[in-house]
Design a protein around this ligand. Structure first.
Ligand code: SF4
Length: 312
């Protein structure tokens, strides 16, 4: 059987996963090592806002070895202890990975990329914290490492971004994406399904926007209500109703159908750490992914199906 990416496969193509992409590029999958660059967040230090995004508790997204007061190179050393020299991807996950000067960013990027075993560098940041000077720092590494820029979009609906206190608009994403494209840097968008005020129409609108942007990657999360966030207050006040597990596979499938088949899907559901999760209480992420796959198989849906028909 030939799948939709032209490769021989025993299984039907449902979506282009990160694991399959890494196997195409490196012949194997690679682990990611999450890091905190220690730059903080402009939506918390008063530069853009003080309260942060309504859904965000930074502790819920990163493993315990990740500490802002420890140099990223030392974080890597601690995380890799006893793991030999197998290749891995360094991932600037916590906070805002480009919220610093170009000189400090360059020093950190060069130090990380110069370490043995570092095969790739993924940088998570806000779209309004990216400019040409910062992206030029990455240029020397582009053809030696797998470099990706991960931009938090969450929704392609300005009213939603306002509602959740993001402090940037959709245009910020479009501009950052264009700056990255000009330099050949792949862009991955983070999105959340089930944000307050959004129904299927708005969520599918975000997928269509990302299809028009022809992004190289997407991480899809369902909205999770995390302890200590403004979303928790809204949830307890009955103003936020999390998605149900029954509705989620259909929403994800619809989202994937609108994306181009080449877009790499790095994530299909959120996975908050520890006991910070309040709602929804779903099965573990592996089970959620299995349910989505079963749904897509049964319903005859696959990534790019609507995109290829031009109906996005
Ligand atoms: S999601 Fe990102 S931008 Fe928003 S408060 Fe958290 S770290 Fe800051």
């Amino acid at each position: 059987m030939t799948n939709r990416t032209g490769k021989k496969s025993q299984r039907p193509f449902l979506y282009r996963s990160l694991a399959s992409y890494l196997r195409e590029v490196f012949g194997q999958t690679l682990r990611k090592v999450s890091l905190d660059p220690g730059f903080g967040c402009p939506n918390r230090d008063g530069t853009i806002g003080m309260d942060g995004c309504a859904f965000c508790n930074m502790e819920s997204f990163v493993p315990s070895h990740v500490r802002a007061d420890v140099d990223p190179v030392e974080q890597i050393r601690q995380a890799r202890e006893g793991k030999g020299d197998e290749p891995f991807i360094a991932y600037l996950q916590a906070g805002t990975g480009t919220y610093t000067t170009a000189a400090r960013f360059r020093e950190m990027v060069d130090n990380i990329c110069g370490l043995p075993g570092v095969t790739g560098l993924f940088i998570g940041t806000r779209p309004d914290c990216v400019d040409g000077e910062m992206l030029d720092v990455l240029r020397p590494w582009l053809y030696r490492k797998l470099v990706w820029l991960e931009l938090g979009l969450q929704s392609a609906n300005d009213a939603t971004l306002d509602r959740i206190g993001r402090g940037h608009n959709v245009e910020s994403f479009s501009k950052a994406r264009a700056l990255a494209s000009d330099r050949g840097i792949p862009v991955l968008a983070h999105v959340i399904l089930g944000l307050p005020g959004e129904g299927p129409e708005e969520m599918m609108g975000t997928a269509s926007y990302l299809a028009r942007q022809r992004v190289e990657g997407v991480k899809i999360h369902h909205l999770q209500v995390i302890r200590g966030t403004r979303m928790e207050e809204l949830f307890r006040a009955g103003e936020v109703v999390p998605l149900t597990m029954d509705s989620y596979p259909g929403l994800v499938a619809g989202f994937l159908e609108r994306l181009p088949p080449f877009t790499v899907i790095q994530r299909l559901a959120a996975d908050a750490m520890g006991d910070l999760l309040i709602a929804p209480q779903w099965p573990d992420r592996g089970k959620v992914i299995e349910t989505i796959r079963e749904y897509m198989l049964e319903e005859g849906k696959w990534q790019g199906r609507l995109y290829e028909k031009g109906s996005v």
